[in-house]
Design a protein around this ligand. Structure first.
Ligand SMILES: [Zn+2]
Length: 229
């Protein structure tokens, strides 16, 4: 198993990353338990939600709020903004963009599941603004775990039309560069481009390391998690 992570966020003491295929299908509780045990994340501290490809963000402003949420049925949402310590959040992806945004000391953190619908609806920018609203101080930084890249993200005209300036044409086919649109939204929300890192790992093009819905129509998923002890 390999966990993809960002050294800037690790240096702030935030346990985080995206799992690979070797960690197994993270929809299975046995696999998530194994992961959280290995990372010494206490039971019940990772908030989950029912992902619906929307731009809905859940706001968690304190450990008390997090505790209350963790005792309720899963809410429908595609992102979290968290303030404080002791609780974290996780999302599942298999091609969609798992995006983490944090402030200078990682006191305020946002985590979003950005499929193309979420990106088109403005979820990356909304997540950045939520981190600021959660008391984010100084410059914000962003990182994305492995997701589908423009090499494989072929679309029809109707989807291409939602991403002006981010469409590539190859052999008469249309491909969308989601990274480009994410950078556009994040810089519009005040991030400096040099603080945005979207490493080029393509989930669809790398079967050995990643699950991909587009490639295999699988229900298997990788997990992206953030937790500040
Ligand atoms: Zn690819």
């Amino acid at each position: 198993m390999k966990i993809y992570s960002d050294p800037r966020l690790l240096s702030l003491g935030v346990v985080h990353g995206t799992t690979d295929r070797g960690a197994g299908n993270m929809r299975l509780a046995e696999n998530t338990h194994k992961l959280f045990d290995a990372l010494a994340i206490p039971e019940g501290r990772i908030l989950r939600f029912k992902q619906i490809h929307s731009d809905t963000l859940v706001s968690v402003a304190s450990a008390e709020e997090a505790r209350a949420l963790s005792n309720r049925p899963l809410q429908e949402a595609d992102g979290w903004a968290l303030t404080g310590r002791s609780y974290g959040a996780a999302i599942l992806t298999a091609d969609c963009v798992p995006l983490i945004i944090w402030d200078e000391k990682a006191n305020a953190i946002g985590l979003a599941h950005c499929g193309w619908r979420g990106v088109a609806a403005g979820l990356p920018g909304k997540t950045a603004r939520a981190v600021t609203e959660h008391g984010g101080k100084g410059h914000l930084s962003a990182w994305a775990g492995p997701h589908i890249q423009s090499c494989c993200f072929e679309v029809q005209q109707d989807v291409a039309d939602k991403f002006p300036g981010c469409v590539l044409r190859k052999n008469g086919k249309l491909y969308v560069d989601l990274n480009k649109e994410i950078i556009r939204q994040l810089t519009a929300a005040g991030l400096k481009e040099e603080n945005i890192r979207l490493p080029y790992y393509c989930t669809c093009g790398d079967k050995e390391n990643f699950f991909s819905y587009r490639r295999d129509h699988t229900k298997d998923a990788m997990m992206t998690f953030v937790y500040k002890p």
